[in-house]
Design a protein around this ligand. Structure first.
Ligand SMILES: *Cc1c(COP(=O)(O)O)cnc(C)c1O
Length: 397
């Protein structure tokens, strides 16, 4: 397959393994074994069974008739919001924690932003009886206190990252630090297609179940083999890569990634890494991220905590550079409007992240009968307060 990782862990100029020397043994262990484990019959069987019986897969591909009417095309929603714990994140945590068990690891650590990845990790750790520690920015712990309680209820320890902006970026730093302190027994579950090789490839493979299902579900509903468009939002890029994966080598399928523009691309309050970023090294990988002229990371801003990250994964950076994936910038306001509108049109309250993908539909010039698949990456329960406040602010004179 084109666009996939090469033997050195690169996607074109992006990717690689930029980690401190002390982490080399861990990373090398992963690099040496992940392919064999992921393709072994035993692993595949267990992963598949738990995806079906525990996560709730396959998730439906739903033809959204009222949304279709509005855009004058056939719009299908891939219902990742129906996965256990409410988003696609659990596809990856299940895969990685099964892998950790195979590697004989005794303890799990993870970072989390809004808490979705932390909750998905804590859930699988409860299921598979492994202790886990979740690193979370102190600011995010206050903003998402319910998720902190949920993780603790599941048996996880939640530790506050107290440096810098005290959000996701610092949580990742803390998780790497913890990993360095106990490289032998600990497995680090990264939450997106990010970090040093082999994480971007591994996470992409676990999330590729999304496009694998679309590729048999869509023909059953439409008698057309491929969609005209696949649309997904991008934080680090895992639901996007998962939705695109089986269509990467089909040039007629247009792949659209919606990035969070926050208050606007020129506002200084944005998270649109392909529009505002440059190549550099962040969290163990060479990729595109927002940085100062001296290469310091610039804080990201988005109304959606899951997209509030200054970079994108290396495979997406490469797909962007090659022109295979087209990126659209969606502002906070546009995402909020799309969320409320889809709620009323379809009776589905999307996650704010997913609302960015839905808002990107406005920027496509769709033809009648074209088939458009949008990844509804998660449900909006965690965003209800933001929606209430937005609606209240709109109804004021
Ligand atoms: C975390 C999250 C995202 C962003 O992460 P990706 O790795 O870019 O997919 C998107 N949607 C939801 C619902 C999330 O929880």
């Amino acid at each position: 397959m084109t666009y996939q990782v090469n033997a050195d862990g690169f996607y074109g100029p992006f990717g690689g393994t930029y980690v401190p020397e002390v982490l080399y043994p861990n990373i090398e262990e992963l690099q040496a074994h992940y392919r064999a484990i992921l393709s072994s019959a035993g692993f595949k069987q267990t992963f598949q069974t738990l995806l079906e019986q525990y996560v709730g897969r396959p998730t439906p591909l739903y033809e959204a008739h009222r949304l279709s009417k509005r855009y004058n095309a056939r719009i299908f929603l891939k219902r990742e919001d129906l996965c256990h714990t409410g988003s696609h994140k659990i596809n990856n945590t299940l895969g990685q924690i099964l892998l950790a068990k195979q590697l004989g690891k005794k303890r799990i650590i993870a970072e989390t932003g809004a808490g979705s990845h932390g909750v998905a990790t804590a859930t699988i750790c409860a299921l598979l009886d492994l202790p886990c520690v979740i690193y979370m920015g102190e600011v995010d712990m206050l903003r998402q206190s319910t998720n902190v309680e949920r993780m603790r209820l599941l048996g996880a320890t939640v530790r506050a990252a107290q440096s810098g902006s005290r959000t996701l970026k610092e949580a990742v730093n803390e998780a790497f630090r913890a990993w360095i302190n106990d490289p032998e027994e600990t497995y680090y579950v990264l939450g997106s297609v990010f970090g040093p090789h082999p994480y971007p490839d591994m996470v992409a493979q676990f999330q590729s179940v999304i496009s694998q299902e679309i590729s048999w579900q869509l023909p059953a509903l439409t008698h057309q083999t491929f969609p005209d468009y696949v649309v997904a939002c991008v934080g680090g890029g895992s639901n996007a890569i998962g939705s695109f994966y089986h269509f990467l080598d089909q040039p007629l399928v247009q792949l659209i990634a919606a990035e969070a523009a926050g208050q606007g691309l020129d506002s200084g309050q944005s998270a649109a890494a392909t529009f505002l970023g440059r190549p550099g090294i962040l969290h163990g990988t060479k990729t595109l991220f927002m940085q100062t002229t001296q290469g310091q990371v610039v804080e990201a801003h988005s109304v959606s905590a899951g997209l509030d990250y200054p970079g994108i994964g290396p495979q997406l950076a490469h797909l962007h550079q090659q022109g295979r994936v087209e990126f659209k910038a969606v502002t906070d306001q546009q995402a909020l409007e799309a969320a409320l509108s889809v709620t009323r049109l379809e009776g589905l309250i999307p996650a704010l992240e997913s609302a960015h993908a839905l808002a990107a539909l406005e920027q496509l010039s769709l033809q009648p009968e074209q088939l458009v698949v949008v990844c509804l990456s998660g449900r909006g329960d965690k965003d209800l307060t933001t929606y209430f406040n937005y609606q209240a602010s709109q109804s004021k004179p």
